[in-house]
Design a protein around this ligand. Structure first.
Ligand SMILES: [Zn+2]
Length: 255
């Protein structure tokens, strides 16, 4: 049976998201920015929390874990390479591991750069990816603990997922990301189309995600650092893609 998703907002601009297996009744919260909105989403759907799948150690992704675990006795799965920095972890996971949510199976992908041990969860049967703060729609996470080479490699791994994969990220930053992306690729038609779509969604009070990997590849400058025209427009023709990525990230940090 197909996975069901419940998406909601947490804190200032974080997303909360539940993935539910209707066959077994299992439900995972991807990260736990705060407990109350997760509880509200569980009450609304009638789902029972069985798992928390953590993408990285930052407080705005983990601070609800303790309260949720105490109440629901759920299993907490966290990135192997930074599990020591996360409380209440039951199981660790890293590249190549499989994590089940009832009958749903996620492949774990190491996506370091934003944090040193960041992981993403890909559910191939449903073509759903939960990418935390590695990839945002029309943006990417700040490179805080890793380096640009590492972050670029992580983004390429996510870019290699099937085009029709719907991805869920950690923050609603899309409109601001589009304002920046237009300074990098002012003539990108896919980006212009995404801008129109996002303006409509925002005006209607709707979330701008999920987006698909295929659409994102065409419009997100951070996934396009190996595009020759883009490199040339930044004065970096012939440079390695990670250096082009580093330049785009540097400009975004100052934007
Ligand atoms: Zn983060």
């Amino acid at each position: 049976m197909a996975a069901q998703i419940e998406l909601f907002s947490c804190l200032k601009d974080n997303f909360g998201v539940l993935i539910h297996d209707p066959a077994s009744g299992a439900t995972a919260s991807v990260d736990a920015p705060e407990a109350a909105p997760v509880e509200a989403a569980l009450a609304k759907t009638g789902w029972r929390l069985t798992d928390i799948l953590v993408t990285h150690h930052h407080a705005d992704h983990t601070q609800g874990i303790g309260e949720l675990k105490a109440r629901h006795k759920c299993r907490v799965v966290a990135p192997r390479n930074e599990a020591a920095r996360i409380a209440n972890v039951d199981q660790t996971a890293g590249e190549g591991d499989s994590v089940g949510v009832g009958a749903l199976k996620a492949h774990v992908i190491d996506t370091p750069g934003h944090t040193a041990g960041h992981i993403s969860y890909f559910f191939p049967a449903d073509k759903l990816a939960f990418v935390g703060d590695t990839l945002f729609s029309i943006g990417c996470g700040r490179v805080i603990e890793g380096n640009p080479q590492m972050m670029w490699r992580s983004l390429v791994k996510l870019r290699e997922l099937p085009d029709d994969t719907a991805f869920y990220c950690g923050h609603e930053y899309t409109a601001a990301n589009i304002r920046f992306a237009k300074t990098i690729e002012p003539n990108n038609k896919a980006l212009a189309a995404r801008a129109v779509e996002v303006a409509k969604l925002t005006a209607a009070g709707k979330f701008t995600i999920p987006a698909t990997i295929g659409a994102e590849k065409a419009a997100n400058p951070f996934l396009r650092a190996d595009n020759a025209e883009l490199a040339q427009s930044l004065g970096l023709a012939g440079s390695p893609a990670w250096q082009v990525f580093a330049e785009i990230r540097k400009r975004k940090d100052r934007f």
